[in-house]
Design a binder for this molecule. Structure first.
Ligand code: SF4
Ligand code: SF4
Length: 290
């Protein structure tokens, strides 16, 4: 029996691992050809997981269920929600990238800015590679973030949101919970990029070791920590949470101008709230020991 049927979860993990290890596309595009990512964790959730319906209330009615984006992409194919799987992955930032950004207090380090721009390009190519391998093996697949139908929307509750959220896909797939600063705290930390693909292939869902969406954040556990508040150079994080507009106006134009002038490429980034904090590289100690 083919591995895609015998152990589809391991087969998918292998596709991602092989890409990170062997693809020349996995690069920060610096003169030394340094890799963007070395490590990964992968999780799976079922297309009929009730969380995806709940996101319509929590994120907005426009947020797609896996079935909706599958059916929009393949309108001629009939699939039941439980035939679909969301494949979600976390690409932790490398130690060198985090170490450089820990030293910064206002602007991103060069490695971080490269990881934000070229690292995300790697993540886009990874989504395309996972889709291509699945389709070649006979399984319809789509990366929702790469769909021409993907849109950013205005949201009363969140200022703006989108028709598919990678972090919410990762939450559903057992990969982490949200922090005070909105980032997803995963077993490999909050300094990471995440991506996902929806496919018609049944893969056993990854168990979610949490029932509450802030379970891994110390602030929501007992009011402690809040270190991401102090890390933000523009006051975009407070005990009330993350002010997306303040954050965005720092990213662009402020950090974009800085990256261009200092590092000589078109980019932007910040991530100060993702580094030099207790949830940077793992679930905080105080959560694991409680
Ligand atoms: S730095 Fe502290 S308060 Fe902020 S998200 Fe991480 S654990 Fe939560
Ligand atoms: S990314 Fe930067 S500006 Fe945005 S909340 Fe984090 S520290 Fe603040």
């Amino acid at each position: 029996m083919e591995e895609s049927l015998r152990d589809p979860g391991s087969w998918i993990e292998g596709i991602i691992r092989d890409f990170l290890k062997g693809s020349p596309d996995n690069t920060l595009q610096d003169p030394t050809g340094e890799k963007a990512f070395e490590d990964m964790i992968v999780g799976f959730s079922s297309g009929d997981d009730p969380l995806f319906d709940a996101y319509k209330e929590h994120v907005g009615p426009f947020h797609w269920t896996p079935w909706e984006i599958f059916t929009r992409t393949f309108p001629e194919r009939v699939a039941a929600p439980d035939e679909l799987t969301v494949i979600s992955w976390i690409l932790p930032q490398r130690e060198a990238t985090k170490a450089d950004n820990r030293k910064e207090e206002r602007y991103p380090s060069e490695r971080w800015a490269r990881a934000r721009i070229y690292g995300e390009e790697v993540n886009v190519k990874l989504r395309k590679q996972v889709v291509a391998v699945l389709r070649e093996a006979g399984y319809e697949a789509v990366a929702p973030m790469l769909s021409p139908q993907w849109e950013r929307k205005k949201s009363d509750r969140f200022t703006f949101a989108s028709t598919w959220s990678e972090r919410h896909a990762a939450y559903a797939s057992g990969l982490g919970t949200f922090g005070l600063c909105d980032g997803l705290i995963t077993p490999k930390g909050k300094a990471m990029r995440t991506g996902s693909v929806v496919t018609r292939l049944r893969i056993p869902p990854t168990s979610r070791p949490y029932t509450e969406h802030h379970a891994y954040c110390l602030f929501f556990k007992d009011g402690s920590c809040g270190e991401c508040i102090a890390r933000c150079p523009v006051g975009a994080i407070s005990k009330r949470g993350h002010d997306k507009l303040k954050c965005l106006s720092h990213l662009r134009p402020t950090t974009a101008d800085y990256v261009k002038a200092r590092y000589h490429f078109d980019g932007y980034g910040c991530g100060l709230c993702q580094t030099k904090v207790p949830c940077e590289s793992g679930i905080p100690e105080g959560i694991l020991t409680s």
